[in-house]
Design a protein around this ligand. Sequence first.
Ligand SMILES: NC(=O)c1ccc[n+]([C@@H]2O[C@H](COP(=O)([O-])OP(=O)(O)OC[C@H]3O[C@@H](n4cnc5c(N)ncnc54)[C@H](O)[C@@H]3O)[C@@H](O)[C@H]2O)c1
Length: 475
Amino acid sequence: MSNTKNTKPISRRNFIATTGVLATGTIFANPIHSFFEESSGKKVRLALVGTGKRGTGMFGETLVKRYSDYVEFVGLSDKNIGRLKYAQKYIGADCPIFTDFEEMMRTTKPDVLVVTTTDSTHDTFIIKGMEMGANIISEKPMTTDEHKCQAILDAEKRTGKKVTVTFNYRYAPYKMKIKELLMEKRVGDIVSVDFHWYLNTYHGASYFRRWHGERKNSGTLLVHKSTHHFDLLNWWLDSEPEMVFALGDLEFYGKNNSFRSKRCLGCEFKSECGDYYYDIKTSPHNMKLYVENEKYDGYIHDGCIWRENIDIYDKMSLQIKHANNVLTNYSLTTYSPYEGFRISFNGTKGRIEAWEGIPWQNKKRDQRLVYEAEMSQKKDAKTEKYDPIMVMDNFGDYEEIRVPHYSGGHGGGDSRLLNYLFINPDAPDPLGLNAGTRDGSMSILTGIAARNSIESKKPIFVNDLTDLTPRAKKR
Ligand SMILES: NC(=O)c1ccc[n+]([C@@H]2O[C@H](COP(=O)([O-])OP(=O)(O)OC[C@H]3O[C@@H](n4cnc5c(N)ncnc54)[C@H](O)[C@@H]3O)[C@@H](O)[C@H]2O)c1
């Protein structure tokens, strides 16, 4: 059923060997620890809601095949019964399935609920899940607006339960190396940042085909996608965003084209659309997960990227002032020839430049396969390749720092995150990798502030959005 060849469960010994690189420094309090305390050393009893791509992949099949010594599924839930039945087989979980979420919580009483539904529904399951006795592991973005965000913060306080937000990008060795350099103040105090993220025409377009294209589902890409980038920024800078001014528009996808259809499958404009046409039949998994189950909920996974009801931005530009006075210029592009990012940290003693995916600075990649590789749950291993970070000293020379390139999903971030979550939640966390609701809030609040700013044409203060006051760690 699955393509994953990597079925060997992970041993604790392997885990320690693969994380040794960063195992120095202070032990930080780990919000995940309480899961294990409550399960008193036994396997963690997991329930999962949202059996789509992420729920069947990283949090489904991968957990069953590689983490079954540590976790067991006690229930799976989705509103789409067809997808749920397929997912149960695909994941290989020997547990009951439920279209009624509360019935699952009541009858299975999980230690931990994994939330992998569409973004705008996370709040319902996070809050109800805690109220019904579980700790929560939620996919990013934690939620999609400031009111839902506040409700999650309140529910966490009220119930005494814990929410972990799975910021897998933090766990990629390249991102961790940047964090290390910043923590050791390699270029002094950081004063400003240039940060630009490019989605290629395959991956970028895919957001406009799927539910993400409507802000009622995703909160726009400023929330759905940029939450990763804003979280990295807050974590790297050890500071929270204070003020955001943003511009954005929809001027390529959606209503901007002269022709449109409902979906790619069977579309009469296939040849006019050229490489923007997506043939869902090339993915048997997507056919089984989505197309064969459209009859239950009407959801179309290969929707037309020129649909009139697309209402998210396709170009976005932000200025962000952090609580530690760092000023950031950030942009997100959704129809770029390549997938990647560039970031520069300007410090009082020099400058750090980092990038990923730039074809003439990295290995040339088949852009069509980049997204597949990002989502792949294949074995994470050190490769022969490396990714450079350039460090320049004022009045001095430059140094190239070579970070080993890892082959697993999201630059090796997915497997490292799962290891921390499920194998050894008490491992030292000197880089502060684990993220709770405060980090989950601050990353989305940047995007929500940007959305409000685009609409009001005014700067937005993050302080005004929830009861959280942005703060910075002392320099
Ligand atoms: N961290 C990452 O790198 C990463 C990567 C991909 C997806 N994600 C996140 O994972 C989540 C799921 O994304 P996906 O790509 O798997 O989407 P998907 O469309 O494949 O799956 C979403 C599932 O949620 C179900 N669902 C929606 N509303 C529901 C409701 N009210 N009750 C029960 N089930 C409901 C749908 O039926 C579907 O099966 C999203 O929040 C997304 O942001 C994170």
